[in-house]
Design a binder for this molecule. Structure first.
Ligand code: RIB
Length: 342
């Protein structure tokens, strides 16, 4: 069994509380010589602090938690890595939990994670939870620990939030297609989430700005996974679109798969823009243009908000809305035929 503070206290001839203060670098009236002796014993006997016992004294677990919707999605896994890096730099461990985009999991994880005594929480709500928004807002409102909503937020909830400007990101993607002459532009969105509603708004804004009528036949739903991008392409490629804005890279790859099966080439005879820029750099055969939401910046801002909140629970909450960047590669070219040829 590992050595305890009690063993060290016995060897150095001091009380357990005195040794605990020294090992926790807390103020105490122990001589420098005795302190040196305590640290030497701890090192020689490979002492590992018992965090659970320590938290009973300090009332801190030095543990934070992140609930995210889909750990297999590279946007979320990249974001989780950045958040963990930041937490570690701040002296915290990060517990990462995957909700599988399910409200039930959001609800249960919020309960079980707070029961484990974490000090704070990063919350990325599942898409499904938007149907149960009122219930989840109530649960978040009564959370006993500070939390930050990341990426997917509830406007009605007064708390710290950080996200990218989804409407702007979609607008940049569609405007880029329009600047290359496309007027019949498909759109794959996930309006089960707040982000998806805002991206659809950005799509419509770009159309209106150019006087292009919104055609609901050019818009279809996806769930941010590969398969839904493939199925969305099967529907949209039945129409006369010459390009598509697909609102995340995983669905854009599914969309590409259908294009290949139909013998369509990007950008030669079809133009495509993705979102997240999480997979675009690695797509074989196509240099996919995509809207970047940098996980590094998002993670750092989320960590800063939460660690500041842990130190100061009184200042009013803040919302940080970051500017997305269109990363232009070579998946967009002018349409083969001008609109009046069809
Ligand atoms: O790829 C998953 C999508 O859902 C991302 O665009 C991110 O914004 C998340 O909300």
């Amino acid at each position: 069994m590992g050595v305890t503070i009690k063993d060290i206290a016995k060897e150095v001839g001091l009380s357990v509380s005195a040794v605990s203060l020294v090992l926790n670098n807390r103020p105490c009236r122990i001589s420098a010589e005795k302190k040196e002796q305590i640290f030497a014993i701890a090192k020689r006997r490979h002492y590992i602090p018992n965090q659970a016992a320590r938290s009973l004294v300090t009332k801190e677990s030095r543990m934070l938690a992140l609930i995210l919707p889909d750990i297999e999605n590279t946007f979320f896994s990249s974001l989780a890595k950045r958040i963990e890096d930041c937490c570690r730099r701040e002296g915290y461990m990060l517990l990462i939990a995957n909700s599988n985009d399910s409200y039930e999991q959001d609800k249960n994880l919020l309960r079980s994670i707070t029961a484990r005594g974490v000090d704070g929480l990063f919350m990325i709500v599942s898409n499904e939870s938007y149907q149960y928004k009122a219930k989840l807002i109530q649960q978040l409102k009564h959370l006993p620990i500070p939390y930050v909503m990341v990426d997917r937020i509830y406007e009605q909830l007064s708390c710290d939030k950080v996200l990218y400007d989804n409407e702007k990101g979609a607008y940049l993607a569609v405007r880029h297609l329009q600047e290359h002459g496309h007027t019949r532009i498909g759109c794959v969105v996930n309006t089960a989430s707040n982000n998806g509603m805002l991206r659809l708004k950005g799509y419509k804004h770009a159309l209106e700005e150019r006087g292009i009528e919104y055609n609901p036949c050019y818009v279809t739903e996806g769930d941010y996974r590969f398969e839904s991008g493939y199925e969305a392409a099967s529907r949209l490629l039945e129409t006369d679109i010459t390009a598509a804005f697909v609102s995340n890279d995983m669905m854009a790859i599914g969309f590409l798969k259908k294009l290949y099966e139909l013998g369509r080439q990007v950008p030669k005879d079809f133009s495509l823009v993705g979102y997240d820029n999480s997979l675009s750099p690695f797509v074989l055969g196509v240099q996919l243009t995509s809207v970047a939401q940098d996980p590094q910046l998002l993670g750092e801002e989320a960590c800063r908000l939460l660690t500041n909140r842990l130190k100061d629970k009184d200042t009013p909450p803040s919302t940080i809305c970051l500017p997305p960047q269109l990363v232009i590669r070579s998946s967009v070219e002018p349409p083969l035929h001008s609109p009046d040829c069809i």
